[in-house]
Write a protein that binds this ligand. Structure first.
Ligand code: TYC
Length: 103
């Protein structure tokens, strides 16, 4: 009976790296009308910040015009920016959060 010779397939040494999803910043924009305490309350509720963290982010946006709040995948960033902006609108304030893709 003839012998079948099988050459073993060499083990693949390089693996395809699973791509990391792109990240998006949520940015808080300053305005002249939304009360500081309201901005802090929204940051605590939507972004789960402590009062101290929220105070720091609010003051940075107030002084510099904008502040990065946090970084998430696109869906999470857009959802949180929308929820936070809606809270302002529901209360009659022009409070605005935007999202921006990280480079
Ligand atoms: N500038 C607002 C005021 O003086 C407070 C404020 C801070 C509003 C940060 C928005 O993103 C903001 N009442």
């Amino acid at each position: 009976m003839p012998q079948t010779v099988t050459t073993p397939t060499p083990e693949t040494k390089t693996r395809a790296k699973p791509e990391k999803p792109p990240l998006y910043k949520v940015i808080l924009l300053n305005d002249d009308f939304t009360p500081r305490e309201f901005v802090i309350a929204v940051l605590m509720a939507v972004f789960r910040m402590t009062e101290g963290e929220a105070l720091g982010v609010m003051l940075t946006a107030h002084r510099r015009g904008a502040c990065v709040v946090a970084v998430y995948t696109r869906e999470v960033a857009e959802e949180k920016a929308r929820r936070a902006t809606d809270k302002g609108r529901e209360a009659g304030y022009p409070l605005a959060f935007t999202t921006e893709k990280e480079v």
